[in-house]
Design a protein around this ligand. Sequence first.
Ligand code: PGD
Ligand code: PGD
Ligand code: 6MO
Length: 820
Amino acid sequence: MTTRRTVLKGLAASAASSLLGPSLLTKSAEAATSSAGTWRLTGSHWGAIEALVKGGKVAEIKPYENDPNPTDMVKGIKGVIYNPSRIKYPMARADWLDNRENADRTTRGDNRYVRITWDEALDLFYEELERIQNTYGPSGLFAGATGWRQTGMFHTCINHMNRGVGMHGNYVRKVGDYSTGAGQTILPYVIGNTEVYSQGTSWPVILENADTIVMWATDPMKNLQVGWTCETHESLEYFDEMRDKIAAGELRVISVDPVRTKTNKHVGAEQFYVNPQTDVAFMLAIAHTLYNEGLHDEEFLNIYTLGFERFLAYVQGEAEDGVEKTPEWAAPICGVDADKIRDFARIMAGGRTQLLFGWSVQRQQHGEQPYWMGTIIAAMLGQIGLPGGGVSYSHHYSGIGVPQTGASMPGAFPLNLDLGKVPEHDNTNFNGASAVIPVARWVDMLLNPGGKIQHNGHEITFPDVRMAVYTGCNPWHHHQDRNKMRKAFQQLETVIAIDYAWTATCRHADLVLPACTQFERNDLDTFGGYSNTGVIAMHKLIDPLYHSKTDFEIFAGLTKRFGRSEEYTRGMTEMEWVKQTYETTRSANEGRFDMPSFEEFWEQGIVKFDRGENWTRHADFREDPEINALGTPSGFIEISSRTIEKFGYDDCGAHPKWMEKVERSHGGPMSDKYPIWLQSCHPDQRLHSQMCESDEYRATYAVQGREPIYMSPEDAAARGIEDGDIVRVFNDRGQLLAGARVTDDYAPGVVRIHEGAWYGPVDASIGALDTYGDPNTLTIDVGASKLSQATSANTCLVEIEKFEGDAPPVTSFGGPTEVS
Ligand code: PGD
Ligand code: PGD
Ligand code: 6MO
């Protein structure tokens, strides 16, 4: 009988056969092909790529030949594999190794580490888990952070950590994410779904039917360069069509943004400047105009929505603050002339209008409000559910809007325990504290054990956490306010970081375990998140470098310490998992989509499916709102929400409102002291902090070795700053060095440092100057509101000065200082 195992045995025996992917070749067979080199296909967040492997080394990487719009970032991938910041061996913080929980925590961050063996490292990891569970129980351990792990369904490292650590004991977890924390919390109350992660109206439908597209705080051509799974870049095709339609006068596209975006420059949209963080005031005045000029769709509001009257009373100044939200009221706040606001409302009401929101605008204080207002404006226009009309919160993300094939995609490595199994430490007593906390509040948690906060209608009690485990995420990039983090990390007795790059998270950890990159392992992935265009084989390019291991091997090693390795791996090897995952996908698609045998798939590299039908979001709800009710409490669009009102929050109430921010530029609070708004948007040339370590690629955009800060000519001239200068950027929370890039794409009073720039402090002290330019040295760490408790990274004011004298060297890259 042929079983899965016998097939794989057969495969191993004939490993040099061309039927097999090159990464299955035995070492001797590989050596034979090595002088000419072998091209191998694999996938990545940056799309499918082909790599020339020669003599066990990656010699060259180029985009997959059928990628319609490859990203320039492919040039940085080789440097992700080979760079001086790779973690070579397991390392322990020098003082911690000697003294463990009694170590001096104030020296955390001084980057002094001792090389240890894998056995020692995994013993230490296990001993610390035991100590924490025995001393504090599950509330002492935080292992809940998540992030942009590399692609590949089997090796999804966060699942490996959750399964491995979860077999040992319970721990504190998180809910929500940094990307859309405010949006994903508010929109289910308003329109019944997170919307941010939902399939949107197909691009062809939008481009064919819309008269006007409003790109509201979104830069899709920048952000669609990467995908959560292997990106196909199909969605980028539509922007050429958009450009051509604008040029032909068939489509009007307006970009509401304080910055002229990459997308705008490509398509030639109309630039519409609003003052940062003031969109809600602008939108309230639009609502006022739509209503008072009779441009709103009363029938739509009656049939499909609830609570308009209550909101209207606020807009008309008949309730609450008694202030009428006229364009004249909004103009000084949002910086747009009253007449221009009225024009804007009329343009939207004058034809079919598609609103497309990005996510940055909800990563600010009261970030729920602009999203709620977006739905209300779309409802007032009455076009939700029509082709080319309504509102989207997701068309800049992972290929949303590319018609979906409908095929089933591969599942990930199981993150949970196997059925019926309990962890070694099955204690579920969190000592009265919450087991799940809102993701962006974990630093507050460390600083306030026992403290209480509100979150989405519930009270959260912070646990007393003593140990944290991080993998597949880089909290010393992703979280706000570094100096607050430095204090918070002094509370932790043990920090474990698993990564392939020596990030600032490693620098602040006690035990660092070297994972390998995705290019050093075999896997498979969804090709085109949301579009489900196909399945891609991720062929291993080279063996794990230095002493690194796959996350699978690391947690197999950890679980062995408590006798559960077999359960963890289910007795299967990497390739057995990859093959089984493929076969499960093939079965799920049987009768609907043909998929070849695993061996053929592995050889050909990509299985593609026929593109799906065009689709319009919310068309079914429009057609029958009773049968296709939304997921809101009432089933209708909730312009006012009784559920939220009952929570009684002062920063997110019964309907959207304009609320002042703790810091706001252009005349807002704190602008006397720090007049410039710092936005920390997503990088054009990185994926967050990934690829920052890619030295040669970084050199193509760095300014005197520092992260660029983009600013207007007016702001530069007022401070005597020239393009290419090193500048110091500061506020009461911190200070950093960056390199000035002066460009009139930025409105006066608006600057940008892309998130993900590696933190490189001059020393371990709180307040230390950051030498490279991590914007989270400056950002504020407060919850967007009591509802979402999401990040408010884009509520941030700074001042800038030209840096005089000798700039300290950049300390971010190159790994730890090894001590014996
Ligand atoms: P990445 O840089 O992608 O950032 O934050 P996130 O933590 O996800 O970090 C991933 C880390 O995992 C890297 O260090 C990488 O080397 C490691 N890694 C990748 N693959 C593997 C693997 O297979 N195994 C192991 N062990 N490690 C691996 C992103 C977060 O940042 C997000 S999504 C958003 S939206 C936020 N955005 C902003 C923002 O707009 N502005 C500011 N100021 N701050 C933000 N932070 C947030
Ligand atoms: P950003 O680039 O941060 O992207 O997607 P998101 O939409 O959050 O911001 C988009 C636009 O919002 C910018 O042009 C900015 O000027 C504008 N904006 C910011 N604040 C305001 C405001 O107050 N008002 C108005 N009107 N406009 C404002 C992020 C998404 O991108 C996420 S969450 C992830 S995890 C992915 N990350 C990356 C990445 O790291 N690198 C690339 N290249 N692509 C990504 N795609 C994804
Ligand atoms: Mo995100």
